[in-house]
Design a binder for this molecule. Sequence first.
Ligand SMILES: Cc1cc2nc3c(=O)[nH]c(=O)nc-3n(C[C@H](O)[C@H](O)[C@H](O)COP(=O)(O)OP(=O)(O)OC[C@H]3O[C@@H](n4cnc5c(N)ncnc54)[C@H](O)[C@@H]3O)c2cc1C
Length: 676
Amino acid sequence: MTRKTYSIFGAGAAGLYTAWRLLAGKATKAGQLKQLRKGDVLELYDWGRYDFSKRHRGTRAAGARICTWHYRNDPGQSFVELGGMRYSFWDQHPGKGAPDPNSGLAPGHRVVTKTIELLGLEKYSVPFNVTSDQLFYLRSRNFYLNDITSNNAAPYAANNFLSSTTPDQGFTTVQDLATTKPWDQFTRRDWCKFYQDGEITADLPSSSVFQKGDQLKDIGYWNLLYDQLGQEGFEYTADGNGYSSNVINTHAGVSFNINNEFTPGSQYRTLSIGYSGMFNALFDEIEKLAKAKGIEFRYHPDTRLHSILWKDGKAVFTYADRSDPNIAAGTREADAAWMAMPRAAIDLVAQATRFREPPKGAVDVLNHDKVQLYLEATIMQPSYKVGMFFDSPWWAPDAANPAPYPAQIIGYTITPEDIAALKKKKFPANALKAMATLVDVPYTSVADMVAAIENITEQPLGIAQTKALAAATRNDTIGPSVSNSPIRMVVYFGDNAPQPQKKPVYGILASYDDEDNTAFWRELELGPDRNRTIPWSQDTQPLDGPRAVPARMVKMLRRMLAELHFGPNADYSAVPEPLDAAYMDWSLPPFNAGYHEWAPHYDIGDVQRKIRKPSQLVGGGADADIFIVGEAYSNDQAWVEGAYCTAESVLNDFFGIVPIIDDCEYPFICPETSTV
Ligand SMILES: Cc1cc2nc3c(=O)[nH]c(=O)nc-3n(C[C@H](O)[C@H](O)[C@H](O)COP(=O)(O)OP(=O)(O)OC[C@H]3O[C@@H](n4cnc5c(N)ncnc54)[C@H](O)[C@@H]3O)c2cc1C
């Protein structure tokens, strides 16, 4: 029997997951021939070189669009996440809120949660809560979410008293145009159906551009927000939401779901070792499993997929060295190939063969008209993060000299580890039992948490017990604070050092912004007296790793942070000089986007199903084992969950691998049946 070669391009979430599941997954009888066997080859290519292990060092942390940045690059020190940072926890144990974890209604990212469990990382999983009383700095006014009333409206002349309520109300107003069953009764399948046939059900005045019966898939979300909220209402919703990418002209039906996702109720978690830790663990498992199974694992960092065609039953591809990434260095073949990369990176590969006839007998899958049409079904959303470390948490309400507008981040959450620790301290058994039902519920004060426990036990806790409870469960929130200045969101990580330090340092994302705001920072990246020497289109900074922030940019950031926390006229010096600062510019290649969102005027279920194996769109009997996986064309865009789910769906449907979890009510991509 000839040996098979499977080649994966992209060592981010989707690529690593594919390699892991090819090695660890169980196959159906029908899928046996497709499985890798002893002597076969599994290749993993990446344009970048990530820090996977002692043997495989890199220029930056693992995870591609995840990138944990530790102070002084020391894994024992505090860190901030300069890419993806959290997941929505799926509670796999039947409980009051979700009696059947596999039902369509149980919340959470199921594949990420399962992967974290299977990799043995559950011990590092910790709550990642958002504050319930956000600090805003909008149109030169500082205020808190809970202070917004009709007497103290936000500074926007929005219609229908919108500025007397929270900015998210704009999303709700628009969402109420489609009155179906309550949104919290929507299953994953229901959403897929809604993306295809959801429509406006409300009677709207004749002045509205959009009317009852209009399909949401044909409406741009920005168009709809403007139509319903007016310019001022739109700006309040857009500014107050923090993510500019949530209010651009995306598929309105999908945006309903995305903006629903940020409402309270989701339990976010992260890893206390940093989110990159999941990708180090995946890489370790791949190496271990390949060795145990006698499969040759070839890892090619610093190697770019340059072009790809299908010819004589094989993927024939050229590759290039990172040192000369535009010129092909050689040609290879594979029995199956995965492009585990986002839209812009795929387009760069397609460009290499776009303007010439393919050789006789070859199929240029990526440049086929319908494939191009479907590749453009997602909108690229550039984003930007700047991390800073300080020697004090000057933004906190309990700082030595608190700022006039501190971030309301103090919080408490009960975790199973807290319960175990308090049990050792002989905490009352009935209180511990009550706490087990309150795991992961975020509280803004000790009094609220104690009241919740006492409500169940009907017995008061003593002063010493309350103190011990407070100390064990304190888990500050991450904010975020929101501004309409180009810093947009500030996220507070604080002292989260995996190993206690003599001199703690405190981290923040001084800016988490996206869309047009990324361009504000780009011109500050170079500093004065410097001409650009690398064309923007060739600057692969996100592959190199976090880049130091020049002095002028630090000053601009301090000025905006000072306005947010100290008031509109505050001098930049109100914010101390950071110990260190670095940025990741996700508008740069090969990503050109932090995340993606579906465009209107597409049947996105069809795109999800076909683009996974683009030859399905070519016709004429073309059947090429070239696959596209990753967040960009997924049902969970902007999340690692989307990358894992598309990868899982390809392995289940084309390689006979048994699904990693019960997927009856959790289809990994939109299924055919949900659109009929
Ligand atoms: C600022 C920001 C915040 C986010 N927040 C969250 C969050 O909180 N939670 C969450 O779950 N997700 C979050 N995300 C999204 C999440 O990071 C992505 O969905 C996920 O990492 C995408 O994985 P992927 O495998 O699809 O693609 P990528 O991570 O983009 O991996 C693609 C890989 O392909 C490689 N590549 C590209 N071109 C080539 C080529 N020609 N040849 C070889 N290799 C190539 C790249 O180097 C890269 O390693 C965030 C992302 C950003 C940027």
